[in-house]
Every structure is written in structure tokens, then in C-alpha cells.
Design a binder for this molecule. Sequence first.
Ligand SMILES: *Cc1c(COP(=O)(O)O)cnc(C)c1O
Length: 402
Amino acid sequence: MSRHESWPRLTLASGPVDVPSETLRAMQQPMVYHYDPVFLETFRRVESLAKRVFQTDYDVIVMQGEAVLALEAAAASLIRPGDTVLNLVSGVFGAGYAGWIERYGGTVIELRTEFNDAIEPERVRQALEKHPQIDFLSVVHCETPSGTMNPVGEICRIAKEFDVITIVDTVSGLGAEDFSPESAGIDVAVVGPQKCLGGVPGLAMVSVSPEAWERMASRPDPLVGSYLSMLDWKHSWIEQGRFPFTPSVADVYALEATLRQAVEEGMTAMAYRHQTIAKAARESVRALGLTLWAARDEIAAPGCTAVATPNGIEADELIRTMRERYGVMISGGYGELTGKLFRLGHMGMAAHPTTLFAQLGVLERALLDLGFPITPGAGVGAAVESLAGWDDQQHEVREAPV
Ligand SMILES: *Cc1c(COP(=O)(O)O)cnc(C)c1O
């Protein structure tokens, strides 16, 4: 096999991520009929585990497509011609949401910031005061491509003061921060298993508040009988225990394993683990003389660390060197951020000292291979220092670092 065709040694991309062998084994359970009692019970268990992972009493539906399906489904199910949506844009996914709002007839009012920054809640309040016709607010929790976080709790609680329904892309936010949709004012929260939860891509989980259900159902033309319909899941699965169509049996097995692992770890512990590793990654980046992409540490993502591409190096070339010479796959920029940054990955299983140390060592070696001057060991050393006191046996109940 040529080097191009060999498996990576470490997948440290910003989703999909490497998954525990337990999850892979779960996918090999028998391919049963989806109305077999075994599968019906499995799906019920997945539903109740998902509620524990979302820390919610809202309904959580499992849509049978990757996260993008649920993001579009939220727009399709809620937004109608004549509706006005305040769309917050601090990165590639926020910018992209405008397309769905418009496709379903909504009028977009955009609040934008630089793609290395976060939306200020006070600006949201001003926009809501200025435009009382706003029906919905859409925001991305963690802008994965730029490694930044928006303060969605503060933002959505303000929106609720104005009776605005909130749609949150927290595809890579759940597990990175400890929150519940109820306390964060989130009516529709979309999550993908393949990011901080450390699961397999292919399904989307969505928590839906009673207000959001009511809004979907009370339209003059409720969206039903569609792959994009959330109401179909409510009417068939939640109310009658039927599936609107064939669910992805093997993906559901994987999701059950992923959710069980999350419940065993605890959501506070999971967020703490991601935040602690991210802090160490940022300290390493600085120790190497590189520049963080995020404008401030407080808004840097817990699941990946975006680093501005240093002068004299092509991001592509660095990523290729890490992959081809050392078998380590990391993510670059995406959309308009392509070439401007590369991302250290620490989502799911990769949010652990072992993987961070290895990743930083390979990053340092690859930078030197490309002739970029760094002090060997500077980045690894900073991470080693930052992670003093780490203990797999008791990392859960300490306070998360800033
Ligand atoms: C990964 C991601 C998506 C898209 O998810 P896929 O299902 O993998 O296409 C959407 N939004 C954010 C913020 C993401 O990180």
C-alpha cells in the first residue's frame, strides 16, 4: 500500500472523530426488523438516554440523517413565508443558515461579527428591540470551523424575553459545555453524535420545546409527510410508537453505545474534560509562538483549537505532512476559512492528555520538517505543565477552567 492508502494512526479531525471499539462492536449486532420488540426497546432506550445527555425533559427526536438534515428540518418545520428570523453569524455554519431560512420563505435579519469572534448578547437585545416583528432566532453554539463559541445561554434567554423561538446548532456544543435546553432558553437544539459525544456520524438528535411543537402544529400548513418533518416523528414515534420510515438500525446501535458512555461519564465531567484539554492546547500553541485564531480565550471552542496559519507555511502542506509522514489526520479551515487556519482536534475520545501529547509532538515535528522555526518540545512541554493534577479516576467534579 502506498502511504496515501493506509489508515490513519490517529483521527483528530473536528468531526467525525475516532470512536471507542465498544461503539464499533455495537454496530455489529443483528440487523433486526425495526418493528422487532428488540429494536423497539432499543429505540426507547436511546430516547431516554438522549434525554439524560441533553439534560432535558423536552422531547428528543432522533432523525435519520446526519446533523445537517435536522438543521434544515428545523427551518422547514418552523419557518413560513412572512416570518422574520434573526440569524446570528459568527462563522461558516451561521452564514449558511440564512440559505435555509430563505428557502422556506423567511426574511433574514442578520447580526454578524468577524469569524474569529462571538456575538455579544447585548447586540441581540438591541436587534430584538429594534425589530419587534422577529419570530425566530437562529444561532450556532460552537462554530466548529473557526473553533469559537457563542454564549447561547445568554443569547437565547434574551430571545425568550421577547417570545422569540430559538433554533440552536449545537452539533458540536453538547459535551463541550454543560447546559440544558430549558435553562439556556433553547427551543430547538440540534446535536450530532460525531463531535464531542465521540460517536458515529449518520444520525441527528433534536430536543424540541413545547412552544416549538406548538408553533409547528399551529401553522395553517403544518409540514407533515416529509423527510424534513419533525412533526412526523412526534405523530408517529412519540405518539404511536411507529416509525415514519425505516430507521438506520446499525447507527441506532452505535448511538445507544455513545449515549451510554456519555451518561456513565456524566455531562459535567465530559465538558470539564474538553475544556481542560482545550486550555492545555491553547497554552501549547502560544508556547510554540503560534497565534490562536479565536480573538479571546473565553470564546475558544472546547472541542477543537483553531490556529492561524503561520507566515511562510501553507495550511494544506502542514496537514498533508502530518497525515502522510506520521498518520495523524487533523482538520483545516472550511469554506471561506480554507487556508487561513488549521485545527488541533480534541473532541470525544481525543479530549485526553495521551492524544494531545501525541498530536502536539507530531505538529512540532511536521513544522520542523517544513522548515518552520520552533523549539522542539515547547508545545508538548506547555501541555505537560498545564495538565498537572490530571487523574482519569477523578477528573469530574472540579471547576472547569476559563
Ligand atoms: C459538524 C457540524 C455540522 C454539520 O454536521 P454534519 O452532519 O457532520 O454535516 C453543522 N454545524 C456545526 C457547528 C458542526 O460542527
